[in-house]
Design a protein around this ligand. Sequence first.
Ligand code: 13P
Length: 339
Amino acid sequence: MTIQEELKATIEDLVQPAKGILAADESSPTIAKRFKAVGVESTEATRRAYRSIIFSTPDLGDHISGVILYEETLEQLSLDDISIPKLLASQGIVPGIKVDQGKGPLVNAPGDEITYGLDGLATRLEHYKSLGARFAKWRDVFHISGTLPSFQAIKSNAEVLARYAAVCQAMGIVPIVEPEVLIDGNHSMERAAEVSEDVLLEVFKALHRHRVHLEHIILKPSMVTPGKASGKATPEQVAEATLSVFRRVVPAAVPGIVFLSGGQTPEESTENLNALNSLGRQPWELSFSYGRALQEPAQKAWAGKLDNARAAQAALHKRARLNGLARCGEYSPAMENDA
Ligand code: 13P
């Protein structure tokens, strides 16, 4: 298979009707925060147990086409001693890997951040690929205020995101391109729309500069919403605002857009995705790549106890199924009360 054929096959496996992506790539500090919220200490053993339980969810592959893993998990064995990428592949799920190495302050741009991880990326990707990873993820983060993000932050982060995507494609790995515009703050929906448009425009300019094949990327953006401290917009308003920005700046060659949940509740993110898919056909498939919105109920049900494995799996399966319906515009909030 040529590299182009390999990328095409992975896109076809990831962008499937009624399916989305599970983001289970929390770094060690982030998963420690999530576990703490349900009274569990984060250790290598608890992370392995939890992730093994959720990835073994019966029929997870009916609604989930890919899972993004953290480096540690890619090399771990399940509780039944099967390698995690093999366990996922046996469910018909494509294993992927987070490859950015976090973020830190952008010098001379107070309040802005830049994502790290380009050094040695090709060598790491080669290793991840040998362990079964077929796609990757890199997250840029943009804070919103009256003045943030600066043009300097938008441009520098777009540049590293495009360089990452180019390296991935050269290695036959599909890049998920994630420019996250944070929901934190008291900004308006109009301000979020303005920042999202600026960010996406620069991301696609940089992707073009680096000759990235848009047909072989997946975009993972934030929905356009008001800041968390500014109250909520209706799902219809979120869908209209998001699509009007995307129509201006996301080329039709991009096969799939998978939204992050970014601090929306599980129900809210499902309702918003459903509204996005209720506005008729778009040039791109609109799906999900949720972390918290898929896993929160499962983590609560698990609470660190093996005896709760089935309850945790049922909670994850429910969210995956409902988001699978929302991806087709067939969800209604009344379904939350079904078993
Ligand atoms: P959330 O859905 O919890 O925002 O996580 C998605 C993700 O992968 C962030 O990088």
